[in-house]
Structures are given as C-alpha cells and as structure tokens.
Ligand binder design. Structure first.
Ligand code: TMP
Length: 211
C-alpha cells in the first residue's frame, strides 16, 4: 500500500519545508517515501523549470505557461509517481495539479475549464489521497520571501496576484473538502509539522493497519 500526498500553498507558505519534514517523519515510521517537486523531477521537467521559472520577465502567455507546467507534470506522473506508487512507495509531492489551477487560472486568468482539462490530461486521472494546504496571508508570505523577491518574474508578481492565488486555493478546498486539509503556515515550522501529522493521523493509521 502507498499514499499519494500533495502539499500546496502560496509562495512563502513554507510548504517545501513541510514536504521535507513530512517525508522524513513518514520514513522514520517505516513508510518508503519519494518526494517530488514541480516543475521538475525529470529531464523534461527540469527543462520546463528553466524556461518557466528563471526569466526575469514572464516568458510566455499564461496559457503557454499552463501547458508547460502540465508537460512537466505529465512526464513526472508517468515516469516517476505512478511507478513509485505501484511498487509500494508513498509519494509526497511539493505542488501538483492544483498549483496550475491556482496560479494560472486564478492568478493569471487562464479559463478554469482549460486548467481543469490540462490537469486531467497531465495527471492521467491520478488524484492525491490527500492534499495539505499550507495557508499564509499573501502579505506574510511575501514578507518571508523579501530577501528573495525580484529574482524571477513570479517573485515580482503583485500582492493582488498572490491574493487571487490564495483565494483560488480556498475555493478549491471548499469544493472538495474530503481531499483537503488546511494548516496555518504562519506558525513555527515544527508546529506546522505537528498540525499536519495530526490532520493526517486517520489516513496514516488506516495505512499502517493495511500493511
Ligand atoms: P515553488 O515555489 O514551489 O518552487 O514553485 C515554483 C513557482 O511556480 C511558484 O511561484 C508557483 C509556480 N507554479 C505555477 O505557477 N504553476 C504550477 O503548476 C506550479 C507547479 C508552480
């Protein structure tokens, strides 16, 4: 048995730290765990990362950017995530399809039916067992990133953009409460980690019992 857990959140929410802490704890509990990040994780994904994340200015139209993220995801699902899950390894994904819906649709205005269709194609229908949303108010997230901001075009997006992204996450969570758990990212990392473990305990328990 294996679990597929995705971690989502606005920039500066600390979700990558949480993905790492969660994977470490699950490994310590005896689960084999693979972590992924998006975009990236395959040669195609790393090439997309270069194209999409490194330029100082927005490198393409919003729809093209959504297609690029979907390209990276499709390759990751087919060559990394599905094979891992099939052989009994759990996967902790630092971002997944919800990021494209939040950032490209809510943030950049790509129609929702487009990003939902891309999600369907890129994930090949593979939905996380649970998605952890690490919440942070845009001003706090941006404050945390202050030292880093200005490196690339996404870092330089406006507070209004980040507010739309967060609103998008909140809406997705409301529409599918069974899949999402929300934790407050504005707490010390260890406290956030504890909250995530508490929220995941029922699913981890049933997984342990199934082994
Ligand atoms: P990171 O901060 O988690 O490394 O993510 C990289 C950036 O890419 C972050 O600003 C969110 C953005 N992003 C999208 O806009 N759409 C996506 O589908 C993904 C995976 C990330």
């Amino acid at each position: 048995m294996s679990l597929f857990i995705s971690i989502e959140g606005p920039d500066g929410s600390g979700k990558s730290t949480q993905a790492r802490l969660l994977a470490d704890t699950l490994r310590a509990q005896g689960f084999p765990v693979l972590t992924t990040r998006e975009p990236g994780g395959t040669p195609v994904g790393e090439a997309v990362r270069e194209i999409v994340l490194h330029p100082r200015e927005m490198p393409a139209t919003p729809t093209t950017i959504a297609l690029l993220y979907a390209t990276s995801r499709s390759e990751l699902v087919q060559t990394v995530i599905r094979p891992a899950l099939r052989q009994g390894t759990s996967v902790v994904a630092d971002r997944y399809a919800d990021s494209t819906i939040a950032y490209q649709s809510f943030g950049l205005g790509v129609p929702l039916d487009v990003t939902r269709c891309l999600a369907e194609i890129a994930t090949d229908g593979l939905t996380p067992d649970v998605t952890v949303y690490v919440d942070i108010l845009p001003e706090r997230g941006l404050e945390r990133l202050a030292g880093r901001r200005g490196e690339n075009w996404l870092d330089r997006e406006s507070a209004a953009f980040h507010t739309r992204v967060r609103d998008g996450y909140l809406q997705m969570m409301e529409e599918d409460p069974a899949r999402w758990v929300r934790v407050d990212g504005d707490a010390p990392p260890e406290a956030v980690h504890g909250a995530i473990l508490r929220a995941l305990e029922p699913i981890l328990k049933s997984e342990r019992n199934a082994v």
